[in-house]
Design a protein around this ligand. Sequence first.
Ligand code: KG4
Ligand code: ZN
Length: 335
Amino acid sequence: MPTYILGIESSCDDTSASVLCDGKVLSNLVANQEIHKTYGGVVPELASRAHQQNIIPVVNQAISLANIDKNQLNAIAYTRGPGLLGSLLVGSSFSKSLSMGLRVPLIEVNHMQAHLLAHFIKDCNKKKPKFPFLGITISGGHTQIVLVKDYFEMQVIGETLDDAIGETFDKCGKMMGLSYPAGPIIDKNSKLGNSLKFVFTKPKVEGLNFSFSGLKTGFLRFIEKESKMKDDFISNEVNNLCASLQKTIVDILFEKITYAVKETGIKNIVFGGGVSCNTGIINKFNENKNDFKAFFPKFEYTTDNAAMIAMVGYLKYKKNDFSSIRKGANARYKI
Ligand code: KG4
Ligand code: ZN
């Protein structure tokens, strides 16, 4: 008998639903919330309201695209956290009600684990990573190095002490007048700029932790100072600024991962999260193929999506690892 899992993701500003059959994606829909562009970042209250509007149509469409009846579902997997509490509450309440209504088990999923386990979705015809590996979760809210010994044996061995890597892209982009999310725009502009034109100071952080707030402040001070002297500094230099900023961020990440490989002796590097489609990062690791075996997710599984939630749901379903409806959304849910 095939196993059908419905995944529901609502941790930030994307409402997503996906149906997997034995780990293969039958449907994976994401409703983005354009409203946040006006504000240059995610507004939590608006995000939860938009989830409330989107969740029923998105789930209905995911089930009908999968060409199954809702009564064929074996379990409902949902993002318990981490994320924005209001957003998580919409997905968790909906998932609990649906699991009770359909009388099928409920499965809680850690969003960060899901970003890494997305590599095991069966339609990725890419090679699957082997355990143990170093999971690198890089997104708008996280920057972590995770020691992964098995599917659910994970330990965070390094993380950011302040801003996340995606947040750094987005905030520096906002300073240059780029729209939200600025990460993909900076990546695109970088290809047209000289990455050696400007030099930004890199933070000095001991061990495997990261810090990006100093770079962000340094970047702001620099463009403020230059703009005082030349009115159109940003518009004239935007591509060079993007390329130099991206190079600095990629170098910080690369240096830490190199150190983590040295410390752990593990060369398998598995990326997950929205920033893992950054071409600067991908190129840097491709240039150093002898030192690492790097795995990047398929593009549609880099940013937030419910297929990765359903995939974890499937792995947990096979272990009978179910959740209680008494458990609530957890904004700071740890790996
Ligand atoms: O994983 P995700 O969809 O949501 C969170 O859980 O945060 O990641 C979104 C983040 C945003 O900060 C966005 O700017 C960044 O991923 N991002 C990128 C690129 N594409 C998305 N950052 C750099 N380069 C990209 N190509
Ligand atoms: Zn995410």
